[in-house]
Design a protein around this ligand. Sequence first.
Ligand code: NAX
Length: 329
Amino acid sequence: MARTVKVAVTGAAGQIGYSILPRLASGEIFGHDTRISLHLLEITPALKALEGVVMEIEDCAFPLVDEVVITDRAEEAFDGVNWALLVGSKPRGKGMERGDLIRENGPIFVGQGKALGKAAEDVRILVVGNPANTNCLIAMHQAEKEGIPRERFAAMTRLDQNRAQAQLAQKAGVEVGDVTNVTIWGNHSATQYPDAENARINGRPVPEVVGDMGWLRGEFIDTVQQRGAAVIAARGLSSAASAANAALDHVMSMEGTTPEGDWFSAAVPSDGSYGIEEGLVFSFPVRIDGQGGCGIVQGVELGDFALEKIAATTAELQEEKAVVAELLK
Ligand code: NAX
């Protein structure tokens, strides 16, 4: 066996955890010649449920699983991990405003950011727990003080990208794989801007193929922005299998090399590209060069419509940042 990858998953007893763990353990993500060590973090009251999940992983008899560590201590969970999938956070309660959720969850990511900095070194982090961009900003800030470069951090907008890709494929009557260059700009929230105008179908611009700008600037954007709520309304529970799938897509994209001419979406710390405040965790089109580098794609054309949408999502992220200013000191 060539290597062992250590992956931490927080909130591992939750519904995304339940969907993500068997796929991580099966070998489909890191390859069938790579052993995997799972480090699972939960809050103390959920450890019992997590034990049940671990029993199920054992009962899958995955040949590649090296060890499964379960703990309620972040430093133990992050010890020497190569990937940290920060899924766990408190759900939005009834009547809770977005600001309340940010204040509730922010401190979790202070602790986990510090623990990552102390316990891990060669690690990549994906923040899934909401509000993902701002939680990522907090964890990144803390981990950076302990020596983990900010470039190692991202918040997940891959589910939004996948949703957009599926909508465009359905509209155009093509395969999902024919749709490329889909960008989600900004926040993983209802202000995100799913950009179909720079997307392509079999290499041709989407507006040319779809031929319906009204739909692209209206229903398409609304559908992608509101898809999470639509799933909750139908299922009575939030997206879990698709969220787990998107997190794994993100990991595979980060571990691989982006196909020539394409990109994918991830919320990464801004380097000032497209005029976005440096350090803000903002979803951009990104590419991986295969040497471990992750770069924001430059030169994507943005007209007035796009710039207006991007300004709105930027303003929301700046407001979120202001709410957690204390945690960024
Ligand atoms: P669940 O409520 O099923 O699971 C969350 C788990 O996190 C629970 O088991 C809980 O005990 C645990 N947890 C809470 N605080 C913790 C802490 N301090 N340390 C470790 N674990 C902790 O939620 P689930 O459906 O799995 O969703 C998890 C998060 O993903 C939520 O914040 C949700 O909003 C977010 N999502 C983000 C998406 C994205 O695209 N970025 C999409 C899907 C999902 O809605």
